[in-house]
Design a protein around this ligand. Structure first.
Ligand code: BGC
Length: 755
């Protein structure tokens, strides 16, 4: 591959991310960056031979287990990667001997991670090793890793040990108990179970050697079954060792280890598995790719972010969603936030609707947890968890406990107060339905989500007798720097929006599916009085908006807080909350992330109150300079990019866009080690399609009104809308020799009816 550009130790091509020099200081963040997966399993980019203090991890959707303080987390599953190469008795590792050449690359087109190393052992033997791995997209239970070894200018006795490591930990916590292990004709297997949730996992593996005469041995260290291939290797001759792995859990099959062993017996071999895997990826990219010409860095960064979303979205299971850090790290413990419905979902709705449906159906299956939460807090209906896992019960930790033994514990209020999540889920459900016209899903799942959360709002709002209006007190809006606020404009307007949709959905259901409407009316006690109440709330909920200035007050009293000039704090490398302290940020007009602007963005889709160009301009001018966009939340920059683009602030739009696009690749916030910033990745898609592409769905067809960033000569993508694919091929256009960028190209006609 020709390397066409570079940044921070990476080179890249249009579909390739290349690490040209190994830097142990970036070990953990690069493990995140080089995560591979297939929508079922995610495996961080740890090395096959390991590395001291590495955070290797394989996370499987839905495999949660109990853990103190944070309740539950995705358990780090047995490691399928170990492939140790021993050269004349000396074990290969990047921390020993001499690394003469190094290159690691991720092929985004097909999700194959490879690493080439020329290594001189302490004893002086030089050897080329090429490692490759992928998680089959065509067959989710199949994981493949191989190495090719070639002695350089010497002969050597080589041993390659392939193991299943049952001792994987979540940063020091081992979730597994060993049930059994064993060997078969050519392979080994391991059977383990999570300690509390009692999910059983079976993994089996075999090794195939070609290019030399070899002998194969098995060793049964408890929890670490190993296959060892030994062979003599001759200078210049390549020997290939393939390790094929299968994995099943009791979430889907009764006897995972038997299934894993059975499946292993059916596997044909590396090249056949790779071929079907590549084909599956081709099909996926056919629909989901965004092609950018004229800006190769943006091109690879966008594809990288989409790749990370594509390997996180569940193709097979509608009882799981996408955790905030996808399946790529321990951050947020595999918990699911509004990040999914508001930031990530649109990419799937418009390019992989079947995955979008799975993500939303997870919210349907977790309604019982949301109902338990409502009941616990003394409300009716369904109150979704701010952080959700397998059951939908609230799993946001109550306390954050600092490492410093003398520091105070910090109460986390989001679990109690960040209630906008219920409206966000309704919002995602609504737009999925609008885009797909999947009436069946709305009838069977979406309606119950939207209606039972509407009942929650009815019990949550308060009537202010003096002001004669409905209010929502003690909430946290999108901006988490302010933790105990009343009448947050974002929350109140989203609730109003939600109740309007609930009324519509109930009427629609009554007309289209009267039996289902009657069933839900009974189950949820949707009495006419309750529906009248919804209407009353819609009409009388207070949105702190001043019609004369068009300024929306973030919440009641926000404008009375001490003002701040963020430029006074530059240059800085920390968030404003880290600088001012929790109370200090709380008392000032500084935002962690867009709040009023987030509301304007969400209302932009249907151009509803309070969205209009003038209101956007006024509120942008007020709130953008007060937002801690670089060090606050990673959810902010993509949204600012879209709004800045709407406002014609091309340079700022591009800057924010690249900030979001590079958040993991350049470790912009210093926390890439914890896992991929999934919401930012989803925001990137929205920034390109809705922002730069200017896509809107106001009529029967999506329409483009593009503002391409300077230098972009072409922007191409597809959208699935109401049963048809629409292809957009956008170019900048200079009108009649005049300078300045005026864009003309719009949508082409639909390609074909959807299947
Ligand atoms: C943000 C939230 C987000 C969460 C998970 C927090 O820092 O403020 O909006 O949902 O991270 O990504």
């Amino acid at each position: 591959m020709d390397v066409m550009g570079g940044f921070q130790g990476f080179g890249y091509g249009e579909w390739m991310l290349v690490e040209e020099l190994f830097d142990a200081a970036r070990l953990h963040s690069l493990e995140t960056v080089f995560t591979i997966g297939n929508g079922y399993v995610g495996t961080r980019g740890g090395f096959e031979e390991g590395f001291p203090r590495g955070w290797s991890a394989t996370l499987i959707h839905g495999v949660y287990d109990d853990v103190p303080v944070v309740y539950t987390e995705l358990a780090n599953c047995p490691d399928w990667l170990p492939l140790l190469v021993v050269v004349d008795g000396e074990r290969f590792g990047l921390d020993k001997g001499e690394v003469l050449s190094y290159r690691r690359q991720l092929d985004l087109r097909c999700g194959v991670l490879s690493r080439y190393v020329r290594w001189r052992s302490p004893g002086g033997k030089t050897i080329d090793i090429l490692f490759e791995r992928f998680a089959s997209l065509a067959d989710r239970q199949v994981l493949c890793v191989r190495c090719q070894v070639t002695p350089v200018g010497c002969d050597a006795g080589i041993e390659v040990q392939g193991s299943i490591n049952g001792y994987s930990e979540n940063l020091g916590f081992n979730h597994w108990e060993l049930l059994n292990q064993g060997k078969t004709d050519k392979g080994i297997w391991l059977q383990v179970r999570t300690r509390s949730s009692r999910i059983e996992l079976g993994m089996a593996c075999e090794m195939r050697v070609s290019g030399a005469e070899f002998s194969l041995e098995t060793s049964m260290v408890p929890g670490y079954p190993t296959l060892s291939a030994q062979f003599p290797a001759v200078s210049g001759q390549t020997v290939t060792v393939e390790k094929l792995v299968t994995v099943f859990t009791s979430r889907h099959v009764e006897n995972p280890v038997n299934e894993a062993r059975g499946k292993l017996g059916e596997l044909l071999g590396w090249s056949v598995i790779l071929e079907t895997h590549e084909k599956a990826w081709n099909d996926v990219w056919e629909k989901s790719d965004i092609a950018i010409e004229g800006d190769i860095k943006a091109q690879v960064a966008v594809r990288y972010n989409l790749f990370q979303l594509l390997i996180a979205g569940s193709r097979y299971d509608d009882r799981v969603s996408i955790p905030a850090k996808t399946l790529s790290g321990f951050g947020y413990r595999g918990h699911v936030f509004w990040d999914t419905e508001i930031f990530i979902l649109p990419f799937f709705i418009y390019t992989q609707p079947a995955i979008a449906r799975n993500l939303l159906t997870y919210r349907y299956h977790t309604l019982p947890g949301a109902r338990r939460k409502a009941l616990h807090y003394g409300y009716k209906g369904a109150m979704y968890a701010w952080e959700s896992a397998d059951t939908g019960d609230e799993v946001t930790p109550r306390w954050a406990m600092p490492n410093d033994p003398y520091a105070e514990d910090i109460r986390i209020w989001c679990r109690d107060r960040e209630i906008h999540i219920s409206a966000d889920i309704a919002y995602g459900s609504w737009y999925y339905w609008q885009a797909t016209k999947d009436d069946e899903w709305m009838r069977d799942c979406g309606a119950e989500i939207i209606l039972d959360t509407a009942i929650f709002w009815m019990s949550r709002v308060e009537w202010n007798t003096q002001q004669e209006r409905y209010e929502l007190r003690e909430v946290i809006g999108a901006d988490e720097y302010h933790e105990q606020v009343s009448n947050n404009a974002f929350t109140n307007r989203m609730v109003q929006w939600h109740l309007q949709r609930a009324i519509f959905v109930y009427e629609w259901l009554g007309q289209e599916f009267p039996e289902k409407a009657a069933e839900l009316a009974q189950k949820l006690q949707l009495t006419p009085e309750r529906r009248t109440r919804w209407q009353d709330i819609v009409q009388n909920i207070w949105i702190p908006y001043d019609a004369s200035t068009k300024l929306i007050e973030q919440y009641e009293g926000f404008f009375q807080l001490e003002d701040i000039n963020l430029t006074d704090y530059e240059p800085r490398t920390k968030s404003m909350q880290a600088i001012l302290g929790i109370a200090g940020a709380n008392q000032r007009q500084v935002l962690k992330q867009p709040d009023v602007l987030m509301l304007l963005y969400l209302m932009r889709q249907s151009q509803e109150f309070p969205y209009d160009a003038d209101t956007l301009q006024k509120n942008w001018d007020y709130y953008a300079p007060r937002t801690d966009i670089t060090y606050g939340s990673s959810l902010g920059p993509a949204i600012h990019a879209i709004l800045a683009s709407d406002l014609g602030k091309t340079a700022e739009a591009y800057e924010r866009f690249m900030q979001a696009a590079m958040v993991d690749l350049e470790d912009v916030r210093g926390n890439a080690a914890d896992g991929i910033h999934g919401a930012s990745a989803g925001g990137i898609w929205q920034a390109v399609v809705f922002g730069f592409g200017g896509i809107q769905f106001l009529g029967d067809e999506p329409i483009a009104n593009p503002h391409l960033p300077p230098g972009w000569t072409r922007l191409k993508f597809k959208l699935h809308w109401r049963g048809k694919w629409h292809e957009f091929d956008l170019h900048p256009f200079v009108e009649d020799g005049e300078d300045g960028e005026e864009i003309t190209s719009t949508s082409l006609s639909p390609l074909s009816p959807s299947s």
